[in-house]
Structure formats: C-alpha cells, structure tokens
Design a binder for this molecule. Sequence first.
Ligand code: FRU
Length: 502
Amino acid sequence: MKNLSQAYFRLFFSLLLIASIFSCDKKEEITFTESTNEKYRPDYHFTPPFGWMNDPNGLVYQDGIYHLFYQYYPDSTVWGPMHWGHATSQDLVSWNHENIGLYPDSLGYIFSGSAVFDAENSSGLGTTENPPLVAIFTYHDMESERAGNDDYQSQGIAFSTDKGKTWTKYDGNPVLPNQGIRDFRDPKVSRITNVNGEKVWLMTLAVKDRIQFYESSDLKNWSLLSEFGQTIGAHGGVWECPDLIPMTAPNGDKKWILFVSINPGGPQKGSATQYFIGDFDGKTFTPDEEQEQWIDWGTDNYAGVTWSNLPENRTNPLFIGWMSNWQYAQVVPTESWRSAMTIPRELELFEANGRLKLKSIPVPELKALRSAPIQANDGIIPLPSQSFEFHAEISNSTDFGFEVTNEKGEKLAFSKDGDEFIIDRTQSGITDFNDDFGKKISTKMDWEAKSIRVFFDAHSAEVFINDGELTMTVISFPSIPWKNIENLHGLDKSEVFDIKNK
Ligand code: FRU
C-alpha cells in the first residue's frame, strides 16, 4: 500500500512538473485529493493536499468564511516558485481546499502577505455595491536575485470580487517598488486612524533588520511613516512576517502588539516569533520595553499572523502559525506533502510578575470535537487515536510531568522542573534528519502553573499552560503511533479527549 502510494505520488509530481515546464502562466485547476492514509497526516490541523507549504498568508474573514491562504509550491515537497494556496473554513477546524489563489508571474514568485476587505472600495478595484477583497503580497524576482541585484523584492496587490474564489492582479504592480534593500517583504495591511484622525491603510513591512510602516488611502500609493527596531529585540537572523494589532490590557488600557518573526535566531535555534507591546500613535510604534518576548517557546510555530475583518462576536485577535522550522522543514519524513499549520489561537493580554504578556488560547471551536474523557487507570491513560487532547490540573506547582509512549519504547516527554518547562524529543522516533531535532528544549516559567492542555495530532504536540500563558509547540515523528500516556507525576484529574474532525 505504502509503495503503491509512493509510486503514485512520484508519477503525479512528474506529470505536474512536465505540465509546469510547458505553461508559464499556469492556471489549470488542480483536483485536490489528499492522501489521507499517510501516517503523519493530521486529523484536525490544516495541511496542503500535496506538495510544499510554509507561511499562512492572506488571513481574512468574510460572510461566515475564514480564508487561509498559504505559501505553496504544488510541484514538489520542498520550497520552490511560490504560489498562494487557498483553503476555507466555517469553523477553523474543517478546511476545504480551494483553487490556487495566486500564481507566480513575470514580476516574480508570490511571497507572503495579507488580505483585507476593502469595505469602502477605497482601491476602486471593486464597486460600492460589491467591494473587493484585496491581497497585498511580496513579489520575489528570482532571475533578478540570481543576477546579483539587491532590488528583487517589491509589493504587489491583487483583488477578488467573488469572495476570494478568483483573483486578478492589479495592472499597476508593483505598488511599492524596492529601494535597493535585499529583504523587503511580507506586507501586513490593516485599517487604522492616522495622526490626522483619518481612516487609512497601514502596511507593516519587514525590511532586513527592522520594520517599516507605510500609509495609503487606496492600497495603491504608499508613503513611508516610520521605522522600528534596528537596535531593539532579537537580531540573530532576518526579520520576516510582521503584524501590528491593537489589544486591551487587563486594566483597560489600549496597547499595540507588534509581531516579528525571525529566522534564524529563535530561542530554540532556527525560526520563532518575537513580539513587543507598546503604543502606536498612527505613525510611530514605541515599545514599553526593548526586550523582546516570544509568542511560543517551542521549535515549531513560525510566521504566524492574525486574521483581518473578524466578525463582531469574535472579540479576541485570531492567530495561526506555520508548524515547522526552517532548520528542518524541507527534510521532515512526510511523503507527499510537507508541513501543517498550528491550531488557530485567540490572543489575550495578561500580567505575570508585573509584566504584560500575550496568552495564546486554543479556539473554543476545538472543544466541539472532544469525545467523552478517558481517565488515568493505574497511572496509565490508553490513547484512543493519534488526535487527542490531554488535560490536567497541576497539583504541585513546581514539578510535574508525563510522557506519551509507544510499543517501540519511543517517547515524547513533558516536564516542569523548578522554573524550567522541558520538552524532550531525544527518544521521540525519527530524529536523524537534523542534528538539532532530537534534543531537549526548555524555557523558564516563573509564575504559578495551574493547568496544562496539550493538543496532539499525528505529528505534533501543542502545549498550553494555564490555557496559553505559556505555549510550546513541537512536531515529532514516532516510527509507530503513540499508545499510552504514562509516568504522570505532580498532576491531578489527568484526562484525555479523543478529537475527531467530522
Ligand atoms: C518566511 C518567509 C517569508 C517569505 C516566505 C517565502 O518563512 O521566508 O519571509 O515571504 O517565507 O516563502
């Protein structure tokens, strides 16, 4: 069965490759049949039907539908000419594969970016009666890069007047040309009030080692407002995929949160997302403190950003990340596809030891997938499947732990030892594709831990302590499925819920 499916996918990719050689502006519709029988294919996490995926892009909500676009290369399971893949969902858990949203063109590959609902048709790309969705993305001109130029990245836009089904590139692209800076990318656009009290579009852009903010009234003409961060925060790698959102602190103050992904240079090596809490006056971002914080202390939550145009009953920002790490994303042992997204998370501000921090809470929609709980019996919880949620209260707030294990003696271990929260991947199964994968990772948690929730799926575990006050996401590749949770200590009311996507 496995050999057959491998042969099928090899044939499939060869056909796709031949097709791509003969068509430059490729627009054929692809039939999205997923190979669901692969052992690492998740149940309730989004994965591409086949081929390569990285960052989430163009996150926008419209008329009951959450759109998820993503960096996509359908012709191979490693990174290549970037497209925007497209999926839609009504509940953030079941995703439908849609036709590819954006294809590379003569200006370049389509790198990461965002999408907005242009309700007032400020761009003129729709009509007042039927305002457009507008996608703002980076063009990456590979030939220009290979020719040794520095100005190969620029920003372009595309629009849709049929609720995201089809997209047309704006014929005046690029809307923000490059000024000779090699890393000039990942525009995140939002609606803000500027210093003159006018409603305008704000573009938050990653520019090598800093953020630039641009303003526009029509999404086509952009002017530079300010820069942030050249000497602030983590700088062990290039700044990428930023986002700027307003939030309310527990004391009622309005704060602005700036997210900046960085690769490499994360706290566990490789890719990670830092954030800064501060103020934004419509022109300049001023952080409360220069020290960066991290949205997730695990190895596998990168390039995450928030949805725009959320419905009014959704009061918290909604975030999703790419559940991998550039250190090893292209060599993980999946067959016909590579990478999943994290579960969607709601964000909230909270205070720990006098410091404001971001909390990432699993979306409530996930609770609807829970089955009846299974409790520990003689210290062991038998696992119902590969997709489940572990939940426990912490009886002894300094030390606790548990392990997921299989019949080959492999295990993924979670523990808190004093102030350190640790995930141990050393014996987690297949780890030899990268020198750093099979290691212990840890972070400090110096406030009280009261509960733990861990969402497991076929190749991942997402830890939420105190419902997301501390978050750690890791992927792992056990050679046979996990069978039990055992070696529980320092925990009360441990239980497992099977999670089944309809
Ligand atoms: C982040 C990133 C972005 C870029 C995209 C290319 O993972 O490097 O900066 O737009 O991936 O696929």
